[in-house]
Design a protein around this ligand. Structure first.
Ligand SMILES: Cc1cc2nc3c(=O)[nH]c(=O)nc-3n(C[C@H](O)[C@H](O)[C@H](O)COP(=O)(O)OP(=O)(O)OC[C@H]3O[C@@H](n4cnc5c(N)ncnc54)[C@H](O)[C@@H]3O)c2cc1C
Length: 396
């Protein structure tokens, strides 16, 4: 019969936020149990579309450091949290009594619900094994279609092009990366991709995948057909709230676990962090936002851990994001989840090094920095201070 035990701090989800929280708690000498349902110990996901896919990084090199003296259960799902009794039930039926718990269950890929979606050769990217299986499959392929113009689709297209494949990116938007960075920056990214031979198809909606057992083409709703030996789908993620919902935690407007600025959920002693966490962000005037970036998940894990130890701190770190398109361009961004009504470009897009400042009635909401133009720290400071700037303040 399954037994029961007690831990000071239970972390559900052994991903980025969970690992960062576990490390922070351990560093303070606290007792932690980190439970994750994946096969692997916590690892960095960004290499999945970059070095691991290209074969220049190994699986082991993606693993998190600093977890050696932390008790970790892999291949183990937490099935339920009784937040009143503070008891978690594992899939083994073992019960864990906890003092405080962190829900760091991340996100799941959004599946494209088109005809032919079950054909062989259609890939989604979330876990290490996905990169390995895409890499194996792509070895035999000539033509790859990446569905989705966000960073997953663009990064995968760049990596696969660098591996000698003929890639097409197809997306609903007019320009790649437009949703995050606007049409002007998006146009620059389109030119970059095209200059390396990637075909970019904007305003294209996938209607079906066709083929025999294996995919042979992607059909668009305007009748176009894009030949494909392999397809990569990157059309967003959904917060993984299965456990949270079952445990009665309040959910928010973006579908995540609703938290206050200290990352406390609606249940006493239960916190959330990372892709699943929708928090009242002081940097966004208290608006609830949910952000899907690695550094953000790590920083939130740390804040939640400190609060599990009683710090009572608000999460105020400016979200940071990075992306690489093969070795063609690197981009970094601070801010996030915000709207803007003005864009100010600093530097020279023609030379490939520039920044775009996103202002909302003059207030700096985000800064995109391409190829280390050098505006990131200034941008972060302006966002932290709630600064209102004009074009001359920015470009000097
Ligand atoms: C392919 C790819 C490339 C990326 N590239 C970048 C990048 O370049 N830059 C960037 O900033 N961000 C990038 N990201 C985003 C970044 O990796 C995520 O924002 C980050 O991993 C979120 O961390 P998390 O801890 O919230 O979730 P995850 O890292 O997804 O961890 C959640 C874990 O919880 C587990 N889990 C869920 N439910 C349970 C349960 N009930 N019991 C036990 N375990 C459970 C899941 O299996 C998972 O392992 C990328 C993401 C992907 C998928």
């Amino acid at each position: 019969m399954a037994g029961s035990r007690r831990v000071e701090h239970l972390i559900v989800g052994a991903g980025t936020a969970g690992a960062a929280a576990a490390r922070t708690l351990r560093a303070e000498g606290a007792e932690v149990l980190l439970v994750g349902r994946e096969l692997d110990p916590p690892y960095h996901r960004p290499p999945i579309t970059k070095g691991l896919l290209q074969g220049v990084e190994t699986r082991e090199s993606t693993f998190f450091d600093g977890l050696e003296d932390i008790e970790l259960l892999t291949r183990t799902s937490v099935m339920a949290l009784d937040t009143g009794a503070r008891v978690a039930t594992l899939q083994s039926k073992e019960e864990i009594e906890y003092g405080s718990a962190l829900v760091a269950t991340g996100a799941m890929v959004r599946r494209l619900n088109a005809e032919g979606a079950q054909l062989d050769g259609i890939h989604y990217l979330r876990a290490l094994a996905n990169a390995e299986s895409l890499r194996r499959d792509a070895e035999q392929a000539e033509r790859v279609v990446c569905v989705g113009g966000s960073y997953i689709g663009c990064e995968a297209a760049a990596s696969l092009t660098a591996m000698g494949k003929r890639c097409t990116v197809v997306m609903l938007e007019a320009e790649p990366l437009e949703r995050g960075f606007g049409a002007r920056a998006g146009h620059w990214f389109r030119s970059l991709l095209e200059s390396h031979g990637v075909e970019v198809v904007g305003e294209g909606s996938v209607e079906a995948f066709t083929g025999g057992e294996r995919v042979e083409a992607v059909q668009l709703d305007d009748g176009r057909s894009l030949p494909a030996d392999v397809v990569v789908v990157g059309v967003g993620v959904l917060p993984d709230v299965m456990l949270a919902r079952k445990s009665g935690l309040e959910l928010g407007d973006t579908g995540g676990v609703r938290c206050d600025a200290q990352l406390r959920t609606s249940a006493e002693g239960v916190y959330a962090a990372g892709d699943v966490c929708e928090y009242a962000s002081p940097l966004h005037d208290g608006r609830h936002v949910r952000i899907e970036h690695e550094d953000h998940a790590e920083r939130q894990g740390e804040t939640a851990a400190r609060n599990m130890l009683g710090a009572g701190a608000e999460h105020r770190t400016v979200p940071y994001f990075f992306s690489d398109l093969a070795d063609w361009a690197s981009l970094e961004y601070v801010g996030g989840g915000a709207e803007w009504d003005e864009e100010v470009v600093n530097g020279s897009p023609d030379d490939g090094r520039f920044s775009v400042w996103y202002l909302d009635r003059g207030r700096v909401r985000g800064v995109l920095d391409v190829n280390s133009h050098g505006d990131l720290d200034r941008g972060r400071e302006a966002i932290e201070q709630g600064a209102r700037l004009t074009r001359p303040d920015i470009v000097g």
